[in-house]
Design a protein around this ligand. Structure first.
Ligand code: SAM
Length: 302
């Protein structure tokens, strides 16, 4: 197998002019890396390769496409190689490059927060639909992590007052940085679930992507997921411990007609919908993600 090392220039010949030294180009290295990742069974090999190369070259990923023929320097190659090794050892690309795209926005991420997932965009879609026609809505994102939901909703609804809470002070530091990065005003509050929102004026919408992995399933998660904060993953015995507590607390925080929308794991829709109904929510409905998995349960306070 070819190794990812600088290719030596061919020896000059007296008869033929020395050719330009053959070097790894951007496209060479992307292809090589994607092939290695594919051999390892990584789910998105080409994308991971492009994200790593773009990061080392300090380019937006789309710029790679117009620089495919660019030769890589002797310092860029070892930097890429180091990240490839870490990816192969199970680190997530988002932590390696320090960012993740969500709803078309770049969010800074590190080991203090869960990497925002494309599935969570389903919750943004639900929120957007629920807020349609509402003037100057008041929105709360409980368990904000990187701030992906709060910041995205603040971008989508500049007229909204957006609050975001988390029990992790470390996560809130990351979220604050992301709000600054995207130039939105979000009020960040530290504390357990709904507690920091008590005493605020009633909300039109509460969104939450709380930890929902059943505790017994944590050990079987892929290594890159296990590298994320356990506080962001562990949902207790059936995965619904935090959802259960928030569903109970939410009616006191919502304005009449306000919505609670929760992201859930596969197979949790029925139980979560039953929790909302038992807590008095009406028009409880489930929204699938792009893969057709029931991903969001939402209900309205009468
Ligand atoms: C699954 S992550 C979601 C992060 C982010 N909202 C997203 O969608 O990418 C869950 C978040 O809930 C937070 N969390 C866990 N337990 C909590 C609690 N009791 N009260 C408030 N936040 C909590 C974690 O710190 C973590 O940031």
């Amino acid at each position: 197998m070819t190794r990812l090392v600088a290719k030596p220039a061919p020896a000059p010949s007296a008869a033929v002019p020395a050719p330009v030294p053959q070097q790894w180009t951007v496209l060479d290295v992307i292809r090589w890396t994607a092939a290695r990742f594919s051999e390892r069974g990584l789910p998105t090999p080409r994308l991971d390769a492009e994200l790593i190369v773009a990061h080392v070259l300090a380019l937006p990923r789309v710029q790679l496409y117009v620089q495919f023929d660019r030769p890589l320097s002797a310092t860029e190659l070892p930097d890429i190689r180091a990240l490839i090794k870490r990816r192969q050892a199970g680190e997530s690309v988002a932590y390696l490059v320090g960012k993740k795209e969500f709803w078309g926005l770049d969010f800074a991420v590190d080991a203090r927060v869960l990497v925002p997932r494309p599935d969570t965009e389903t919750l943004v879609e639900e929120a957007r639909a629920r807020l349609d026609g509402a003037e100057a809505p008041r929105i709360a994102d409980v368990g904000t992590g990187s701030g992906a939901l709060a910041v995205t909703l603040a971008k989508l609804r500049p007229d909204a007052a957006v609050f975001a809470s988390d029990i992790s002070a470390a996560a809130l530091e990351v979220a604050r940085g992301n709000a600054e990065r995207h130039g939105v005003a979000v009020t960040f509050l530290e504390g357990d679930l709904a507690a920091p929102l008590e005493g605020q004026a009633p909300f039109s919408l509460i969104v939450a992507n709380l930890p929902y992995v059943p505790s017994a399933d944590l050990a079987a998660l892929p290594p890159e997921v296990r590298a994320e904060p356990v506080l962001a993953l562990d949902g207790g015995a059936d995965g619904l411990d935090l959802a259960r507590r928030l569903v109970d607390a939410a009616p006191a925080l919502l304005a009449p007609g306000g919505t609670l929308a929760l992201e859930i794991g596969a197979g949790q829709a029925g139980a979560t919908a039953a929790l909302l109904t038992a807590a008095g929510f009406v028009e409880v409905h489930v929204r699938p993600d792009l893969a057709g998995i029931e991903r969001v349960v939402a209900g309205r306070k009468p």
